[in-house]
Design a protein around this ligand. Structure first.
Ligand SMILES: Nc1ncnc2c1ncn2[C@@H]1O[C@H](COP(=O)(O)OP(=O)(O)OP(=O)(O)O)[C@@H](O)[C@H]1O
Ligand SMILES: [Mg+2]
Length: 416
């Protein structure tokens, strides 16, 4: 050993510090932090405990390569980019042999493999130990000092103890991430299956329409049947159109393309669109539109879809076989720059346990008849217009959805 090499003193002088550090690392088990954030915390705690400026954590990848997943003290952009071939460098050697390595000056060791890092090239002392779960090595942790330095047996023991705890934390964090991923995949599968059932249902209706048109024209020579079939086909088409528009509206990231819109006229068009369906179910559609409303800058297609969703939901909420009433009101709040549109029904109302879920994507109580995309898309559209949507409801009495839209959408040119 050259004259400049410092010998380690009892570095972890205070056993309480070791216990506190181990406890802090153990507490990361079950934490909701991402694995990379957990690794960074561990590297930080270990560097402080051992009083070293550099601490790095490598994890083994498939194929035996070691990826630098976290570090303190080196250039932050090395993290994730440095990948060592199997057996490469001191870390690779430790991962392959499963033994701790303690070097007063790693630059003198033939196994040393300098990383593309100016800071790492200045490091001399090195303590590097495997992260092991039972017999399986899952990674490597290293602690570095800038100057030549001989770690004491006690420091090596402390480091090994920390590494054992770290390996457990990493294993648990990985299991947790896998569990979350599996749950997310399962949720997507459930949502897709709901969507597929809805589309299948609509396609089935459209097949009935096709059948009626085909037979009506070619066999029965019955124009009434053809009309009936055509209407069924048209309704099925409308449903698919609404679904696709809602999906596109919900996913859209681009800016609104606003145009001057006479909102009252649009509300009348929406009522026209659902009028037949409402009449068949003996539902009266009533409008109270403020004639002072005038023109607003809105994106016509998406705003149409948003209000169509609310009106369709209002019609759906009225139990089959019972006459009902849907009221659409528009008005301006005096002295405020908002326009309000209310869509109210005297349907079933929304039970308390569903109230905080109705705007969630894929939440629906309509089984095969709904997708649960409607209100999620409506909320997104209204919020894209810098407006808001809320509701009041009473079980057994009905629901009122209230949409606030700014008279002028910020950033849009003034209405002509
Ligand atoms: N006016 C209302 N009265 C009672 N419940 C409502 C009303 N509007 C929405 N809901 C509840 O909110 C749920 C979600 O509505 P949303 O419009 O997002 O989906 P959906 O109507 O079920 O299907 P779709 O995506 O085809 O519109 C509905 O399934 C229903 O339970
Ligand atoms: Mg709906």
């Amino acid at each position: 050993m050259d004259g400049q090499t410092r010998r380690g003193k009892a570095l972890v002088r205070d056993p309480d510090r070791l216990i506190a550090a181990l406890l802090e690392i153990s507490n990361l088990v079950g934490s909701v932090m991402r694995l990379d954030d957990i690794l960074y915390r561990i590297a930080r705690i270990t560097a402080d405990l051992l009083e070293v400026p550099v601490c790095s954590i490598y994890l083994l990848q498939d194929g035996g390569k070691l990826q630098l997943r976290s570090n303190v003290g080196l250039e932050p952009d090395l993290t994730g980019k440095v990948v060592l071939e199997p057996g490469q460098g001191i870390a690779g050697w430790v991962a392959r042999h499963g033994e701790i390595v303690s070097l007063a000056d790693a630059t003198q060791d033939p196994r040393n493999y300098p990383l593309p890092s100016n800071l790492e090239k200045q490091c001399r002392a090195c303590l590097c130990a495997p992260l092991r779960i039972q017999e399986e090595i899952t990674g490597v942790m290293s602690a570095r000092k800038m100057e030549p330095y001989e770690f004491t047996p006690e420091q090596r023991k402390v480091f090994e103890t920390v590494c054992k705890q770290v390996a457990i934390v990493i294993e648990k964090a990985r299991m947790y991430e896998e569990k979350i991923k599996a749950e997310q995949l399962a949720a997507v599968a459930v949502s897709l299956s709901g969507l597929a059932h809805y589309i299948k249902n609509v396609l089935f209706t459209s097949q009935i329409g096709e059948y009626l048109v085909d037979r009506g024209l070619n066999e029965w020579n019955d124009l009434d049947r053809v009309r009936e079939g055509w209407k069924t086909l048209h309704q099925a088409n409308q449903k698919i159109r609404k679904l696709v528009e809602n999906m596109l509206n919900y996913c859209r990231q681009t800016k609104l393309e606003t145009k001057p819109v006479v909102l009252n006229d649009m509300l009348k068009q929406i009522v026209d669109a659902v009028d037949d369906q409402a009449a068949m179910r003996r539902i009266e559609m009533h409008m109270e539109l403020d004639p002072q409303l005038g023109t607003m800058m809105l994106e016509p297609d998406s705003i149409y879809d948003a209000f169509l969703n609310l009106v369709t939901n209002a019609v759906d909420a009225i139990p089959e076989g019972r006459p009902g009433r849907v009221v659409i009101r528009s008005y301006r709040i005096p002295d405020q720059t908002n326009v309000v549109v209310e869509v109210s029904d005297n349907g079933t109302g929304i039970p308390p346990e569903h109230r905080d879920k109705i705007f969630n994507l894929f939440f629906s109580t309509k089984g095969k008849k709904g997708t649960g995309i409607g209100l999620a898309a409506t909320k997104k559209i209204i919020e894209d217009h810098k407006g808001s949507v809320s509701f009041e409801t009473k079980v057994g009495e009905g629901t009122c959805f209230r949409v606030y839209l700014p008279l002028q959408t910020p950033g849009a040119p003034a209405p002509v």
